[in-house]
Design a protein around this ligand. Structure first.
Ligand SMILES: [Zn+2]
Length: 263
């Protein structure tokens, strides 16, 4: 009798424990956001056509935009993709890679970096007509003149969120409404990643019930590429599992989780 009661209580406890405190549209178990950094041509030529063919939208962090590409970025925004801020000149720490000495973060102050982020917002607004933009830190670094600028950026109100470049297992089951918008975690992949590995990562997010942000650069070539075939396999899986995962832009996922923060 006592065992039966304990078993019943244990069963109740299991039932009462949801995977995560998120309520995604259409009963989806997780939200998946594909992000692409650095305004690379392969994103326009490979990634966006692949997304559009499957009716999926994604987030693109633009930096060092080529003027000739502006009409295509504008069309991408009109088609529902999110354009977001990645600074104008993509300054990283001098030790990261060889760069013009004026465009390394040691040469900036927090004030000058924030002014650059503000001007990048103006560029984005001229392309997409929107007045709210998210941000991703170049090289995953958030320093200017040796000081961390994230709190100054938060206080400035210039950006709606900051996507980082690392992720912890617990992030996949986190309550997104409570997530610190200045530290949105993301997962990057090696150049030899397979479609099965990308899908397995998204399935972890489905088990966790949270949000997962995938970070890409080149698709099928260029800087830090993922294979175009692996990328296409992931998109096929996402398109075939719309009841399970909500594939959307990062701004939409965050606004859905905390509508009071949206305007
Ligand atoms: Zn970048």
């Amino acid at each position: 009798m006592r065992i039966a009661v304990l078993t019943a209580l244990f069963g109740l406890a299991l039932c009462a424990t949801p995977a995560a405190a998120n309520d995604w549209p259409g009963g989806a178990r997780a939200a998946v956001v594909l992000t692409y950094d650095d305004a690379m041509p392969s994103q326009l030529e490979v990634a966006i056509p692949a997304l559009d063919a499957r009716g999926l939208t994604a987030t693109f962090f633009l930096s060092q935009v080529r003027q000739a590409d502006v009409p295509r970025w504008r069309a991408a925004a009109a088609d529902g993709h999110e354009l977001a801020n990645h600074t104008l000149f993509h300054a990283c720490a001098a030790a990261t890679f060889e760069a013009d000495p004026r465009y390394v973060t040691e040469a900036y102050t927090i004030g000058s970096l924030l002014r650059e982020i503000e001007q990048a917002n103006v560029m984005l607004a001229a392309i997409d007509g929107r007045d709210r933009h998210g941000f991703a830190t170049p090289c995953g670094q958030s320093t200017a003149g040796g000081e961390d600028y994230l709190e100054a950026l938060r206080a400035s109100g210039l950006v709606t969120y900051v996507r980082g470049v690392s992720v912890e297992p617990a992030d996949l089951s986190a309550e997104v409404a409570a997530m610190d918008r200045m530290h949105v975690p993301a997962k990057a992949f090696d150049a030899d990643v397979t479609g099965a590995e990308l899908i397995a990562w998204v399935q972890e997010a489905v088990r966790g019930g949270g949000l997962t942000v995938l970070l890409f650069h080149g698709v099928g070539g260029e800087h830090l590429p993922v294979p175009a075939e692996a990328h296409a396999e992931l998109l096929d899986w996402l398109a075939a599992n719309r009841d399970l995962v909500w594939t959307t832009t990062l701004q939409q996922a965050l606004d859905h989780a905390a509508p009071e923060a949206a305007r």
